[in-house]
Design a protein around this ligand. Structure first.
Ligand SMILES: Nc1ncnc2c1ncn2[C@@H]1O[C@H](COP(=O)(O)OP(=O)(O)OP(=O)(O)O)[C@@H](O)[C@H]1O
Ligand SMILES: [Mg+2]
Length: 428
């Protein structure tokens, strides 16, 4: 084959592959755009694991009519002007790539209205239309009535890239990934109300009242919510806030070490290691903490431009961040007595009791063959029920603690229901 320059369509679709690998990435980008637009309420609906439909609606700023084509243009963004703006970034997006990438591999419809304009605009991509050598996606635009904010509907993901579609998992599995994502986004922004539906069925509805512990209760259930230690620490310009799970709710994997940096969801080995180091005297080997932590630090001390999916960051002073988290976690864990019966137990007895609880948990997990994510969630719930029953039998009541976090529309702790709605929502 002779060497040829690829068509703009092909280039766009290849580039889109960096941003959109599966429905999860579409949902993440659309939710991040809604957060960046200053929304206080975001609703998300998916069908067929997000493959046939993902709809994200926000009540944020909206996009002015004359800027809609630019929103769908590759490398066009309202969030930075020059590379130096990356050092003072306060938004989740900055590449100007998400919408154009999504539109290159799906059928997109957007309805948007700013507060200042009287009417909204509906924009729809025109599948199969050549771009004519520009990076701009061709759009059909019409004026319509709409509420303030933006709705983006993404249909038929990868309809024009069958090879990618083939690599998608079962809709149920793809939906599970998106559920995890939405839960984490809700934890990352407790002041935003999230409403999430799968196939028309409500899976999560958060109030946006800012109470992180209430969110943890809804998402991870009563057993964990009743065993949390609040943490709130400052060191000069660093601020750490959130909840640490007591050592007895340790996990078999790092999946529940949930850290946000300046509201950004990410993976960070540094933060995980610092957190684990803080727990070092309290957890057995191969056990990992449950924690939801928000770290705030000046934007110039982090670099977010290191991962195409914006999932990793670099810290300019790694050692300082590590020491801050490690010491904050360690001293928080040891400031409070970890055992309910602390007054009658010696330190050695407490340690033995913790070890026994962790061993029990470990045995339970080992008894099950390596579960799939969905199965793991189901087992988590079963274990939660079991331990709740054990608590009940031991006469240890969690009612007082949980009543404070029970959302008004959840089953009351007295009605024999062992799970909050949040604990039941994860299975499709
Ligand atoms: N829900 C929304 N509300 C208001 N404006 C939006 C919304 N979604 C997109 N935009 C506008 O469209 C632009 C392009 O969005 P896009 O997601 O493609 O890029 P980005 O968010 O700037 O960067 P990134 O590629 O890192 O996400 C944004 O910069 C923003 O101005
Ligand atoms: Mg974006």
């Amino acid at each position: 084959m002779p060497i040829q320059v690829l068509s703009e369509e092909t280039i766009n679709r290849i580039a889109a592959g960096e941003v959109v690998e599966r429905p999860l990435n579409v949902a993440k980008e659309l939710i991040e755009n809604a957060i960046d637009a200053g929304a206080t309420a975001i609703s998300i609906e998916i069908r067929d694991g997000g493959i046939s439909l993902i709809r994200v609606t926000d009540n944020g700023s909206g996009i002015p009519a004359d800027q809609i084509p630019a929103a769908f243009t590759r490398h066009a963004t309202s969030k930075i002007r020059t590379e130096s703006d990356l050092h003072s970034l306060t938004t989740l997006g900055f590449r100007g790539e998400a919408l154009s990438s999504i539109a290159a591999v799906s059928q997109v419809e957007m309805i948007t209205k700013t507060r200042d304009s009287l009417t909204g605009v509906r924009a729809a991509t025109l599948p199969g239309t050549e771009t004519g050598g520009e990076d701009r996606i061709p759009l059909d635009l019409e004026e319509i009535g709409a509420p303030d904010g933006t709705t983006v509907i993404v249909r038929n993901l990868f309809y024009n890239v069958p090879v990618r579609r083939k690599f998608l998992r079962q809709p149920q599995t793809e939906a599970g990934y998106i559920t995890d994502l939405v839960e984490r986004q809700a934890l990352s922004h407790p002041r935003i109300s999230f409403h999430y539906k799968i196939g028309g069925q409500e899976k999560l509805h958060t109030t946006g009242n800012g109470k992180l512990k209430e969110l943890i209760y809804r998402i991870y259930g009563r057993e964990i919510a009743a065993r949390l230690i609040p943490i709130s620490t400052d060191l000069e310009e660093y601020h750490l806030e959130g909840f640490l799970g007591r050592p007895e709710v340790s996990r078999a994997s790092r999946n529940f070490e949930i850290c946000f940096v300046n509201g950004r969801m990410l993976r960070s080995d540094l933060l995980s290691r610092a957190l684990e180091e803080g727990y070092r005297t309290d957890l057995m080997q191969h056990r990992f903490p449950f924690a939801v932590l928000h770290l705030e630090l000046p934007p110039e001390q982090i670099d977010v431009n290191v991962h195409p999916g914006k999932m990793e960051i670099h810290f300019s002073d790694r050692q300082r961040v590590f020491d801050f988290i490690n010491e904050a976690v360690h001293s928080c864990l040891h400031k409070v007595e970890l055992m309910p019966d602390a007054t009658v137990m010696t330190a050695r007895e407490q340690q033995a009791e913790r070890k026994r609880l962790q061993e029990e948990e470990q045995k339970r997990e080992q008894a099950a063959p390596h579960p799939e994510p969905f199965e793991a969630r189901r087992l988590d719930r079963v274990n939660r029920d079991r331990s709740l029953e054990a608590d009940r039998l031991a006469g240890l009541t969690l009612r007082e603690e949980t009543a404070a976090y029970a959302p008004a529309d959840s089953p009351s702790p007295d009605d024999g229901e062992t799970l909050p709605r949040g604990g039941q929502q994860n299975q499709q």
